[in-house]
Ligand binder design. Structure first.
Ligand SMILES: [Ca+2]
Length: 747
């Protein structure tokens, strides 16, 4: 037989420009403009300072003032409302600017780089997957792997417990490799994984460029850090927050990160004067800040390890390293700070006296602590306000860029007005690529970011961005031609209206005007002398807001419909024991009542272990057995509830039932007999609409545990045939205002 001639056939690989640099993005969480050492802060950050010495510091870099939204802007190069991430993932409304689903018309930076011959890896916080999509049913196209990253290790939500996090590797939930007793800390684990991913990639193809997205959970609450990192800060903040802010301001001037003539904005009425506080308050509040400082220094050390890997492997010269924070400091600890931030979302603040009893435990695994208002204010020196506001304290953040091969004036300051949306186009331009017009045949939407790569090589490059709107939770601002107009609107979140002066209504709020070219810190309102300019800026804001889908404005009482998930929650589910976490967000709703039935086979009268449990000792529930006796524990902040059976379960089969009716009335039933009744005074919000509550487990409970009457993993010795959970009658759900308050709290 005569066979046809076959010519060689080579399938092409995507390639990028010759000599393309690697890109490492280090994204810190809730770190303010004035907290890192190289930005004037008193917290020791030697590794980040070295990065700044070897690169550039930008002192007019802007973000959206909240986690999900800044991440969306950074990764898509589009304004956050324009890609549906007008607020956090936890509050997705069926509205164009707030649906929480990144559109395929805005391909992410990793996808673009992957298509151009890069390896792409992400480690750490994600916060761009709708919460209804966290389970192992996906859909997965909005998980990191679905958005262009080839490898991922981290947590999907807004925050997680740094001692015992909820983790995902690629598309699979996993448990941490060590327990807190074995010395585990999330940031260390994330650095280990970032280094391992880069090393593995280099072993595979040392000439292939890579993107490594390294987003720490730090320094978002809970502020968790090994105690040896806190000890060096003993007494460092005893002079109070005014002193910290003034010292920071002086260092900022000395370092040149703010221009001479900058005004330090004064202490607002809602930050208490340190000298008026009691000795107990001084002791407690200073301790919260010592822990935070240790947390940031510990984070810096882990970043140092990632940077050391680049140095040790001769990768630093042609790697662009960006380090930034996603928004200003967080005020979410309230006036007095909190030991349990999830409880404080519901208005459940422990008193100073109660917190003092636990002062030596702050930072450790027993609490999910957050510092008070005053330290947030000090950390944003010289600006006003903080995260979630469009004032500079919310939207101006530190940015460092290092690229030895291209950036030659190491240690210099850049002052061009840059926004998070500019980062992706700037990186692509630095590499020699453009934002694509089409991805997978889908036309790409308008790119809001503007390439600022010229600023890498000269401090004199002209301003590339003359207009930028800001909006978060109703706080509005616009920058145009050197001016910034900002409203005095205060949202109802976190009960801040009780403290912060300003308008509570879009009808009555007013715009203040600042000449940022002369007034670096947005300190001096010149609106009354420039009413026409104020009107022009408000008009410019409205035009931008309409174009980007900002309307309707945030209003928790408006009844905007929540965006549905792919499937509604099941009303009844039956589970069997497993070491696998079950996504708490897909368990039948327990708001407003539920029933839990466990079918057990006991082979002794001394069985032990967890039948079912969710969350941890800061907020969670567990049905478990101790010496044959059934225990039910529900914990939420200061609210606790305990029930137990009278006798040990005998050998044989048993039906264990726990039910809750509205009003928090809990009943424990064993083999049809009511054995215990209690009322839980808190809101039974598990499984949560928050992202800090842990997963549910059946037959064991790895992690921190709900109570200390069992020790993780507490594998149940009895044979569990099944556990069935059913939502209460009428499919009751928590009211929308409370849902929102909890959800917005978890940002
Ligand atoms: Ca943040």
């Amino acid at each position: 037989m005569k066979t046809p001639q076959v010519l060689p056939h080579i399938v092409a690989y995507p390639t990028g420009p010759e000599g393309a640099p690697n890109v490492v993005v280090i994204l810190l969480d809730d770190v303010g403009f004035g907290q890192l050492g190289c930005f004037g802060g008193l917290i020791k950050t030697p590794n980040i300072d070295r990065l700044a010495d070897q690169g550039l510091r930008y002192n007019r870099f802007h973000v959206t003032s909240i986690c999900s939204s800044t991440r969306a802007a950074l990764l898509t190069g589009r304004n956050h409302h324009a890609v549906g991430i007008g607020a956090t993932q936890e509050t997705s409304f069926a509205l164009p600017g707030y649906h929480g689903r990144l559109p395929k018309s805005a391909a992410l930076l990793p996808r673009i780089l992957r298509d151009n011959g890069y390896n792409t890896m992400a480690v750490g916080k994600w916060h761009l997957t709708p919460q209804a999509e966290y389970s192992s049913a996906g859909p997965f196209d909005r998980w990191p792997i679905g958005q262009g990253f080839e490898r991922y290790y981290g947590f999907l939500g807004a925050e997680t417990n740094h001692w015992s996090p909820e983790l995902v590797r690629d598309n699979t939930p996993v448990v941490p490799p060590r327990t807190v007793a074995q010395g585990y800390h999330l940031t260390e684990d994330l650095a280990d994984n970032a280094i391992a991913m880069m090393r593995d990639q280099q072993y595979g193809a040392p000439n292939k460029p890579f993107l490594c997205w390294f987003a720490t959970g730090a320094a978002h609450a809970p502020h968790h850090v090994p105690p040896e990192w806190v000890t060096p800060y003993r007494g460092a903040f005893d002079d109070g927050w005014e002193s910290l802010r003034e010292q920071t301001f002086a260092r900022q001037l000395e370092l040149g990160v703010i221009p001479s003539g900058t005004v330090l904005t004064p202490r607002p009425s809602w930050v208490q004067e340190w000298s008026t506080l009691s000795a107990d308050e001084h002791r407690l509040f200073a301790r919260y800040m010592e822990v935070f400082a240790g947390f940031v220094s510990h984070t810096d050390a882990q970043i140092g390890r990632v940077l050391q890997y680049l140095d040790d492997n001769n990768l630093s010269e042609n790697t662009i390293v960006l380090l930034m924070s996603d928004n200003g400091t967080s005020s979410e600890g309230g006036v007095h700070g909190t030991l349990n931030e999830a409880a404080s979302w519901l208005g459940d603040f422990a008193s100073v006296q109660d917190a003092l009893e636990h002062i030596d435990e702050i930072g450790g695994p027993l609490h999910t602590n957050h510092y008070p208002f005053g330290w947030a204010w000090a950390g944003n020196s010289p600006f006003r306000l903080w995260k979630r506001y469009s004032w500079l304290g919310g939207v101006r953040a530190p940015l460092i860029v290092r690229w030895p091969q291209r950036i030659k004036d190491a240690g210099a300051i850049r002052s061009q007005f840059i926004h998070a949306v500019d980062i992706a186009p700037t990186l692509l331009a630095a590499i020699g690529l453009n934002m694509p017009d089409s991805v997978d045949g889908i036309a790409q939407q308008h790119v809001d970011g503007i390439n600022a790569v010229a600023t890498f090589t000269t401090s004199k490059s002209p301003e590339h961005r003359m207009l930028q709107y800001f909006e978060m939770h109703g706080s509005r601002s616009v920058y145009k031609d050197g001016w910034k107009a900002t409203t005095n609107f205060v949202s109802p979140l976190f009960n801040e209206r009780a403290h912060i002066t300003g308008s509570h209504s879009y009808e009555t709020d007013t715009w203040q005007l600042f000449n940022l070219d002369q007034d670096f810190s947005e300190s001096t309102d010149v609106a009354s002398d420039n009413s026409e300019l104020v009107q022009a800026l408000e008009d410019a804001w409205i035009t931008e807001a309409e174009r980007n889908h900002v309307f309707p404005l945030f209003d928790p009482s408006a009844g905007y419909p929540a965006h549905p998930g792919e499937y509604p929650l099941p009303r009844v589910m039956t589970y069997s024991p497993s070491d696998r976490p079950i996504a708490a967000g897909r368990v039948p709703s327990m708001f407003g009542g539920f029933s839990l039935h466990a079918d057990l086979q006991c082979s002794t009268n001394q069985e032990a272990g967890v039948i079912a449990a969710c969350g941890d000792h800061q907020g969670g529930w567990a049905v478990h057995i101790v010496g044959g006796v059934v225990h039910v524990d529900v914990v939420h902040g200061t609210h606790q509830c305990h029930m137990q059976s009278t006798d040990a379960l005998a050998i044989g089969q048993h039906d264990i039932a726990v039910s809750m009716k509205s009003g928090g009335h809990l009943v424990l039933t064993v083999d049809g007999q009511d054995l215990s009744r209690e009322t839980f005074a808190g809101i039974f919000f598990f499984p949560g609409v928050t992202t800090s509550a842990g997963a549910m487990y059946i037959g064991q409970h790895p992690g921190l545990g709900v109570v200390d009457t069992y020790v993780a993993p507490a594998i149940c010795t009895a044979r569990i045939r099944s556990v069935t959970i059913a939502s209460g009658s009428g499919h009751a759900s928590i009211d929308m205002a409370t849902t929102l308050r909890i959800a917005e709290g978890s940002d």
